[in-house]
Design a protein around this ligand. Structure first.
Ligand SMILES: *Cc1c(COP(=O)(O)O)cnc(C)c1O
Length: 352
């Protein structure tokens, strides 16, 4: 008998994207290109000082993010990826099982995990028939036990973005004693002019937290940097519960360089967006149901045939991400890799 908390037995295990030698990896919403040369240079220079501890206060990067987002530096909290910031958000709002975290489902698979790690209780509200957040139903599901709500826009893994008008209505209808985290991990891929952007709403709603990451469009998933924009009260609490030195020197230097070169780095998003629309259209032609997507992935709600499709792809060296009996998420990549996916999908028998 080891003294491990028994509730951890029921913790859903994180399923990493599969790696198969020589396979095309479309499972983790990464970009296939390496980080920008300027980022790699900065990381190498920082590595040379790896005998020293990183700046625990993440001072310079925080300042650069504040400048870029036109916000006071004290309203920025940098984290070891936005996933860890999600965990910190639960830690600063929830003390135990009486405190509830509300999410749409299906959404980002980390939300239930970080909720349970903190010993809090998860409440879920189903997505609507278009695989979108049902924010009116979520507002109705808020109780006096709800401490934190995660709204993921665009929603991982289904793709649609929340619209600004519905999000504002949601913020106006929930109590301001509740923290609402708008997770914008895929913001750089959004093209719908009606989609919500959190930053302009922060002054109006002090209980709003905006989460951003360098993992996706900035091509730095392995370096682990994300950040939260919120009230000073919230960011101060986030810093209190952060693991010491969680954002390492290479990550800090790489993110600073990425912001300096963001225009050239983010120029790559336009190709992904064009490919996304091409792949979605072709998959629909092949008979697949593909919800609207504003991210760098598409969702195939294959239900009971989810595992069959994932296996069909894996046998042909294309790795996609199956989610139990719900569906498959496929990352949009380069034209050549997307063509490989379309080729494999076209030989999947009778998708609908
Ligand atoms: C990929 C992703 C993140 C980013 O996580 P990092 O820890 O910053 O790599 C956050 N939220 C969602 C919904 C994601 O899909």
């Amino acid at each position: 008998m080891t003294p491990i908390r028994p509730d951890l037995d029921t913790l859903p295990a994180y399923v990493p994207g599969r790696t198969v030698a020589g396979a095309i990896k479309l499972a983790s919403n990464e970009v296939t290109d390496p980080p920008a040369p300027a980022v790699l240079d900065a990381v190498a220079r920082a590595a040379a000082g790896g005998n020293r501890y990183p700046d625990m206060g993440v001072g310079e990067l925080t300042g650069r993010i504040a400048e870029f987002q036109r916000i006071e530096p004290e309203r920025v909290a940098v984290g070891c990826g936005s996933v860890l910031l999600c965990q910190q958000l639960v830690q600063i709002t929830c003390l135990g099982p009486d405190d509830e975290v509300l999410v749409a489902w299906r959404s980002f698979e980390a939300y239930p995990i970080v909720t349970q790690i903190a010993g809090a209780t998860l409440r879920t509200v189903p997505l609507d028939d278009d695989y979108r957040h049902d924010l009116d139903a979520m507002a109705a599901a808020v109780t006096d036990r709800t401490r934190l709500v995660f709204v993921c826009s665009p929603n991982n893994p289904t793709g649609p973005a929340v619209h600004r008008d519905e999000f504002v209505r949601f913020m106006e209808s929930v109590p301001d004693t509740l923290l609402v985290a708008l997770d914008e991990a895929y913001a750089e891929y959004v093209t719908d002019p009606d989609a919500v952007t959190g930053r302009p709403l922060l002054d109006e709603f002090p209980n709003l937290v905006v989460l951003r990451t360098f993992s996706k469009a900035y091509r730095m998933a392995g370096l682990r940097v994300g950040y939260a924009l919120a009230s000073p009260e919230v960011t101060t609490a986030l810093r209190k519960v952060a693991p010491p030195f969680a954002v390492n020197s290479m990550a800090q230097a790489g993110a600073i360089a990425a912001l300096e070169h963001r225009e050239e780095i983010l120029a790559g998003c336009a190709d992904v967006v064009a490919e996304r629309d091409r792949v979605a259209a072709r998959l629909r032609e092949l008979g697949f149901t593909v919800p609207q997507t504003q991210a760098n992935f598409v969702w195939l709600p294959l239900g009971e045939r989810t595992a069959e499709f994932a296996a069909h792809c894996a046998e042909r060296k294309v790795i996609v991400r199956p989610f139990a009996a719900d569906g498959v998420r496929v990352t949009i990549s380069s034209a050549a890799e997307n063509d490989a996916l379309l080729d494999v999908a076209s030989s999947f028998p009778a998708p609908s």
